[in-house]
Structure formats: C-alpha cells, structure tokens
Design a protein around this ligand. Sequence first.
Ligand code: ATP
Ligand code: MG
Length: 261
Amino acid sequence: MARIIAIANQKGGVGKTTTAVNLGTGLASEGKKVLLIDGDPQASLTISLGYDEPDKLEDSLVDILTMVVNDEEIPDNFASIKIRDNVDLIPSNIELSAVEISLVNTMSRELVLKSYIDSINDKYDYIIIDCMPSLGVMTVNALACADSVLIPVQAAYLPVKGLQQLIKTIYTVKRRLNGKLEIEGILLTMVDSRTNFAKDIALEVNEVYGKTIPVFPIEIPLSVRAAEISSLAKSIYEYDPKGKAASAYLSLTREVMAHGC
Ligand code: ATP
Ligand code: MG
C-alpha cells in the first residue's frame, strides 16, 4: 500500500510544485516507487517534468476523474507517463478546472480521486499529489484520500492567517471524510538565511503552530538553481547536486521516509 502525501497550501507560489518534484524524485532515488499526480489545472508539475504543452496530452487526470464519475472502468496504467525509473506522472491540464466545476454536482464529489487511488494504491510506495492554490473541491479530494498533508510555507510573508484557514479545512476533512489524515509537517521554503525576516517567520511559525503541528527542522533555502529547474525538466539533484537546496530536499526526503516507517 502506498503512502499518500498531498502537498497543499491555498497560497500561490509557496513551493508546492517544486517540493512535489524534488520529494518525488528524492524518494525514487532512495529506491521507492513513486507516482506524482498533478492536481492543478495550471499543470506546473506536468510542465516542470518536461511536458510543456499539457493541453496536447491525450490522457490526463481529467479523463480519470470523468471515468470515475461515469462509473467507467479505467484501463491499467491509463494516463500514466513514465518519467524515469521509479517515477510515474499522472499529468493535468487546464480542463481540470472544468471538471472541478462539474464535480460540484456529483454524488460523493469529495471522494472521486480516492476511488481511483484505491484502485492503484498497491503499485506504488508513495503517491504524491501536487495541489492547486485553492481549497476547492480538487484540493479536498486530495486531502480526502491522503495519509498526510505536507504544507510548504514561503518564508517571505507573514503566513499565520492563511495557514489557519488551511488547517481548519484539514481538520474538517479529517473529521468528516478521512479520519487517518495527518499533518506531515510545515515546510519553510525559499528561506533567505541572510535576512532577519526569514528568521522571524521561522520563529513565528514555530511559536504559533509548533506545539500542535510538526514543523520540519529542515528548511529549503532560497536558491536560484531551485527556481531554474521548473523550466528544465530536471530535479535539483540532477541540476545542482552539490547545492544547498539539493541537500535540503534530500534531508526532507529521508525525514518523510523515516516518518512513514
Ligand atoms: P502555485 O501555487 O502557483 O502552484 P507553488 O506553490 O507550486 O505555486 P512553485 O511553483 O513550486 O510554487 O514555486 C513558485 C516559484 O518559486 C517558481 O517560480 C519556483 O521556480 C520558485 N521556487 C521554488 N522553490 C524555490 C527556492 N527554494 N528558491 C527560489 N525559488 C524557488
Ligand atoms: Mg504549483
């Protein structure tokens, strides 16, 4: 059975997709079989893994969700793209926003993705879902099937308020839809350790949330190299293996693996 991790924060541009890529490829390099699911119509995950015209892909998560809703059988490996050894991707594209709207009128609309994931769960060690920056029905679908949620927080603005709303949603999903859902941890990203501001935010997150929610001791540093990989179809380990961001993402990978055991 795979461990399912949703990467979520309704705030945009906080490092969700970058974390999905580098946690996913990190787990694969540790010998785990990983499925990455692009849960965002912007398709940044799909694009950053080398498919820069996601609207031209024949099959995607959109088709899978539609087939679940219509009670159709989904063929083995449908829509799944082998990215490299041990890493598959279910891509997404802009049509996902239309599916999101249509799900609103579907019975058990929060459990559509879960129904699909239950059917492929035994093929992977980890399934990582990159969520869109909203707390809409797609993100609730991801939370409803996840074992845990990892929350990237950009250390460049005061995140307290937005996080409260996310955490409230997580607890509502846990109460009503998915009792096993845990918070994997808050991950500070784009940390510019030269500034006091970044340190203040780290302190604030630890003070406000640290007692009730795990905060990863590892922080992802601000790194031009990390920003560049989104257009290069590479992981940080391939692009800048000796850099600080690669080492931070590898530590994160090992921490997540230790947690899952
Ligand atoms: P969205 O909410 O739009 O899906 P996101 O939360 O998935 O965004 P990313 O796309 O991962 O965020 O990152 C936002 C931007 O910041 C991207 O341009 C990315 O390349 C850049 N970025 C991510 N991590 C880092 C980092 N550690 N250092 C510098 N830039 C980064
Ligand atoms: Mg993203």
